[in-house]
Design a protein around this ligand. Structure first.
Ligand code: HEM
Length: 88
Protein backbone atom coordinates (compact mmCIF):
# COMPACT_ATOMS: atom_id res chain seq x y z
CA UNK A 1 0.00 0.00 0.00
CA UNK A 2 1.20 3.54 -0.75
CA UNK A 3 0.33 5.65 2.29
CA UNK A 4 1.64 8.89 0.80
CA UNK A 5 -0.53 8.39 -2.25
CA UNK A 6 -3.70 7.56 -0.25
CA UNK A 7 -3.37 10.79 1.69
CA UNK A 8 -3.46 12.68 -1.62
CA UNK A 9 -6.28 10.80 -3.29
CA UNK A 10 -8.34 13.47 -5.10
CA UNK A 11 -11.41 11.21 -4.91
CA UNK A 12 -11.35 11.58 -1.14
CA UNK A 13 -9.58 14.89 -0.40
CA UNK A 14 -10.53 18.31 -1.59
CA UNK A 15 -7.43 20.11 -2.95
CA UNK A 16 -5.17 17.21 -1.91
CA UNK A 17 -1.94 19.05 -2.74
CA UNK A 18 -2.77 22.04 -0.57
CA UNK A 19 -1.21 22.25 2.89
CA UNK A 20 -4.20 23.15 5.01
CA UNK A 21 -3.70 23.17 8.77
CA UNK A 22 -7.47 23.41 9.23
CA UNK A 23 -8.17 20.33 7.14
CA UNK A 24 -10.50 17.77 8.69
CA UNK A 25 -8.08 14.87 8.97
CA UNK A 26 -10.47 11.97 9.61
CA UNK A 27 -9.53 9.39 6.98
CA UNK A 28 -5.82 10.27 6.77
CA UNK A 29 -3.52 7.30 7.21
CA UNK A 30 -0.13 8.96 7.80
CA UNK A 31 0.14 6.85 10.95
CA UNK A 32 -1.38 3.75 9.40
CA UNK A 33 -4.66 2.21 10.43
CA UNK A 34 -6.18 -0.75 12.28
CA UNK A 35 -4.30 -3.19 14.46
CA UNK A 36 -0.85 -2.00 13.26
CA UNK A 37 -1.54 1.71 13.60
CA UNK A 38 1.55 3.66 14.70
CA UNK A 39 2.11 3.12 18.39
CA UNK A 40 4.45 6.14 18.57
CA UNK A 41 2.10 8.68 17.03
CA UNK A 42 1.45 10.50 20.34
CA UNK A 43 5.16 11.17 20.83
CA UNK A 44 5.55 12.09 17.15
CA UNK A 45 2.66 14.60 17.41
CA UNK A 46 4.14 16.04 20.63
CA UNK A 47 7.59 16.39 19.04
CA UNK A 48 6.08 18.17 16.05
CA UNK A 49 4.11 20.51 18.30
CA UNK A 50 7.24 21.36 20.37
CA UNK A 51 9.35 21.88 17.26
CA UNK A 52 6.82 24.13 15.53
CA UNK A 53 6.17 26.15 18.70
CA UNK A 54 9.93 26.75 19.16
CA UNK A 55 10.38 27.55 15.47
CA UNK A 56 7.59 30.10 15.36
CA UNK A 57 8.23 31.72 18.74
CA UNK A 58 8.73 35.38 17.91
CA UNK A 59 8.72 34.76 14.15
CA UNK A 60 6.92 37.21 11.88
CA UNK A 61 7.15 35.10 8.73
CA UNK A 62 8.32 31.79 7.35
CA UNK A 63 9.08 31.36 3.66
CA UNK A 64 10.74 28.95 1.25
CA UNK A 65 14.43 29.71 0.77
CA UNK A 66 15.09 27.15 -1.96
CA UNK A 67 13.70 24.15 -3.75
CA UNK A 68 12.35 21.35 -1.53
CA UNK A 69 13.83 17.97 -2.37
CA UNK A 70 11.78 14.82 -1.92
CA UNK A 71 13.30 11.52 -0.88
CA UNK A 72 12.98 8.68 -3.33
CA UNK A 73 10.91 6.17 -1.41
CA UNK A 74 8.14 3.81 -2.42
CA UNK A 75 5.85 3.71 0.61
CA UNK A 76 5.99 7.21 2.05
CA UNK A 77 6.17 10.73 0.72
CA UNK A 78 8.88 12.53 2.67
CA UNK A 79 11.29 15.43 2.32
CA UNK A 80 15.07 15.23 2.37
CA UNK A 81 15.61 18.98 2.22
CA UNK A 82 13.28 21.87 2.96
CA UNK A 83 15.19 25.18 2.99
CA UNK A 84 13.29 27.78 5.03
CA UNK A 85 13.87 31.40 5.95
CA UNK A 86 12.45 32.63 9.23
CA UNK A 87 12.10 36.35 9.87
CA UNK A 88 11.98 37.58 13.46
C1 HEM B 1 6.00 11.43 12.11
C2 HEM B 1 6.43 10.29 12.67
C3 HEM B 1 5.87 8.93 12.40
C4 HEM B 1 5.16 8.48 11.32
C5 HEM B 1 4.71 9.26 10.07
C6 HEM B 1 4.88 7.07 11.56
C7 HEM B 1 4.16 6.26 10.70
C8 HEM B 1 3.82 4.95 10.97
C9 HEM B 1 2.99 4.12 10.11
C10 HEM B 1 2.37 4.55 8.78
C11 HEM B 1 2.87 2.90 10.69
C12 HEM B 1 2.07 1.70 10.18
C13 HEM B 1 2.92 0.83 9.29
C14 HEM B 1 2.12 -0.34 8.74
O1 HEM B 1 0.89 -0.30 8.66
O2 HEM B 1 2.76 -1.33 8.37
C15 HEM B 1 3.65 2.94 11.91
C16 HEM B 1 3.81 1.88 12.78
C17 HEM B 1 4.59 1.91 13.92
N1 HEM B 1 5.21 3.01 14.46
FE1 HEM B 1 5.27 4.86 13.65
N2 HEM B 1 5.42 6.70 12.77
C18 HEM B 1 6.03 7.81 13.32
C19 HEM B 1 6.68 7.87 14.55
C20 HEM B 1 6.85 6.81 15.41
C21 HEM B 1 7.55 6.89 16.69
C22 HEM B 1 8.14 8.18 17.28
C23 HEM B 1 7.53 5.63 17.21
C24 HEM B 1 8.10 5.11 18.49
C25 HEM B 1 8.45 5.90 19.52
C26 HEM B 1 6.83 4.77 16.27
C27 HEM B 1 6.62 3.44 16.45
C28 HEM B 1 5.87 2.63 15.61
C29 HEM B 1 5.66 1.20 15.81
C30 HEM B 1 6.22 0.37 16.97
C31 HEM B 1 4.85 0.76 14.76
C32 HEM B 1 4.34 -0.68 14.52
C33 HEM B 1 3.00 -0.88 15.21
C34 HEM B 1 2.46 -2.29 14.92
O3 HEM B 1 2.83 -2.89 13.90
O4 HEM B 1 1.66 -2.76 15.73
N3 HEM B 1 6.44 5.52 15.19
N4 HEM B 1 4.20 4.20 12.06
Amino acid sequence: MFLGSANRDPRFWEYPEKFDVNRRTIGQIAFGNGIHVCIGQMIARLEAECLLAALFAGASSLELAGEPRYRLMNQLRTLDVLPLRIKR
